[in-house]
Every structure is written in C-alpha cells, then in structure tokens.
Design a protein around this ligand. Sequence first.
Ligand code: ATP
Length: 357
Amino acid sequence: MTDTIEVNALHKRYGRNIALHELDLHVHAGTVFGLIGPNGAGKTTTLRTLVDVIRPSSGTVRVLGEEPRHGGAALRRRIGYVPGELHLEGRASGHRLLTFYAEVSGSNGASTSVLRTARDLADRLGVDLDRPVRTLSKGNKQKVGLIQAFMHRPELLILDEPTSGLDPLVQREFLSMVREARDAGQTVLLSSHVLSEIQQTADEVAVLSAGRIVAEGDVASLRLGSVRRVRVRIGGTDAAAARAAFDRISGVEALDVVDHGEGVQLSTTIEGAIDPFVKALAQYEVQDLTVEEPDLEESVLRLYGDRGRPADASAPPRTVDAPRERRRQAGASAAGGGVDDQTEAPRTRRSNRGRRN
Ligand code: ATP
C-alpha cells in the first residue's frame, strides 16, 4: 500500500542557504507522525512543500498519491492544513470565515454538517465564533485555524506547530482531537519543537535538525525524553558536601550547586535513568523540586552530536527579513490555495494571485 505522504530526496535551497538536504519522509495511512526539531530545522519548509505553498528545488513529493503541484483544489479538499504563522485580520466573524471554507471545500449539503462540526469544535476549544476574527487573541485565532483544518474531517491533517499560543487545557483538548482523528482513520502529520506533545500523540517521529533527519522511529526508541533538567532545593547540607554527593551519580552532568539559606540550590542535567538521582535526593529534606525537559536543540545535540549540527557551518543562521518574509508568504499562500497563512476576508483571497518560491 502506498503511504499517505511520500517524500524522496527533497531538497530546498533559498539562495545559498540550504533549508532541506535530500529529505526522505514516509507517513503511513491512519497514523500520527510527529516532525520535531529546533527553530530553523526545516519543519515549516517541509510542510509547506506538502501543500504546494512552496516548491522543491529537487526531489519528489507525493501526498495522498498525488503530486501537490498537480493535485489542485481536489487534492487540497482532502487535506486540512494549519500554517505555522496564522494571520487572521479580516472583519469577518469566525463563523463567516468558516462558512466560506465549508463552501469552497464541499457541496451545500456537506457544508451543513461541516458547520455543525465547526460549532462543536468551537465549544470544545472555547472560542467565540461570532466575534470578528481580527479582534481575537493569538490563541483564539489559532483555535479558529484548528477548526478550519479539522471541520471537514479531511483524510490528512498537516499541522505546523498547532499548539502555539494555546493554554495547557486547550492543548490537551487539541491532543484528544488528534487522537480521535487517528481513531477515525485520518492521518496526521504535525510539527513541534515541544517534545512532550509529540510524545503524547505520535506513533512515529522524525527528528529534523539543520535540514536533515537525524533520527526516526517510535518516540521511546529515540530517547529524546531521556534528557531532563532538574532543579532542586535541599536542606541540611552545604555546597561542597552536596557537590561531592551528587557529582558521582550516574547520568548527572553540568552540576551546579550554590549555598541557599539553610541548604543548597542544585541544578543539573540528567541523561538516562533518573532513579539513582531520586534515591540520592531522598537522604535530604527536599524543599523544592522541578524536573523539565530541556529545549529540543539541547536534546538533539546531546544525543545525536554532529548529526544534529548544521552541516554547512558557513550557511548564515536564520536571516529572513520579516517584511520580505511576510510578502513572500502572502504571495505563496494565495497561490497555494485552500487554507493559507494569510487568511484574509474571502473577497480578498479570491482576488489574490500569488507567486511561489
Ligand atoms: P521554526 O521552528 O523556527 O519555525 P522550522 O523548523 O520551521 O523553524 P524553517 O522555517 O523551515 O524551519 O526554516 C528552515 C531554514 O530555511 C532556516 O535556515 C530558515 O532561515 C530558512 N528559510 C526559511 N524560509 C526562508 C526564506 N523565505 N528565505 C530564506 N531562507 C529561508
């Protein structure tokens, strides 16, 4: 059986900057696939290529069995897409905007059930669809973006950093929506730089760093979650004694200990099992304890070393000029059709003629 997404040797170059290096990616039907990577890794570039907002420099891409550039409106109707940077500035209410999308993505009969689903999703996510979208907060605009992607129950959902701006409770609701979509047979590809949300939903994961996939597999096998940052305040000891006690515990790295009132403040990174550290901690009065996942860049570099570093060290870091980037997106997304990064009022969208990179 063919995969829902088949990407082979996808290469994308922006001038001298190579955003994607011969990328291979295969997403099986009916699964949730997580694309994770630090800022600038190439997640957005990959996803935009799948919806034909941008075009590859070389390589092949097939989505739902078709090439995005030839799939046209029929292919776009089968996909729900949430762009990484969602701009909702029109005077239209959320309801009007979603009605427009329902109309362009199906028949009138279908629109009724699509709009019913939209209302249900709005209730679940807690967003008022009667307000003009431009007056909504960033998080509430994001909810409207999610609703437009999910409401027509597309075969494939492509979601670029979908939880950005959402509060933790709404994030949880969103993750349930993703699981329900999978249970209903839909395929989901989502990008994130937050490991925990990928851990909670994805069947398979690819770790992207500097335009290359540095690791791929199920979440557990990637061991990314095995790196944690710990901060703890303990009483009844001093910095020298605490350092001597914790420095020799397996997995403890970059240990920092400072005297703090009646005890010490200790921060460290732990790779692998946390149990020896917790057992050692139990000897003390624990006044405070925080365990966090480190940022993804740190995890990727720690676990995948050079493979996680930019291959072309001479390549400039992220050098996108913001106004130029906005103009580029406006052109590209209008050309991409379907759901775009610049969701203006329907009238504006229809008159746009964009260009591609
Ligand atoms: P983030 O998490 O920050 O959104 P990302 O993983 O989505 O990052 P991309 O936005 O795909 O990464 O960027 C990948 C690389 O391509 C970066 O080096 C970026 O600077 C570069 N890039 C993206 N768009 C352009 C552009 N229009 N012109 C030049 N370089 C670009």
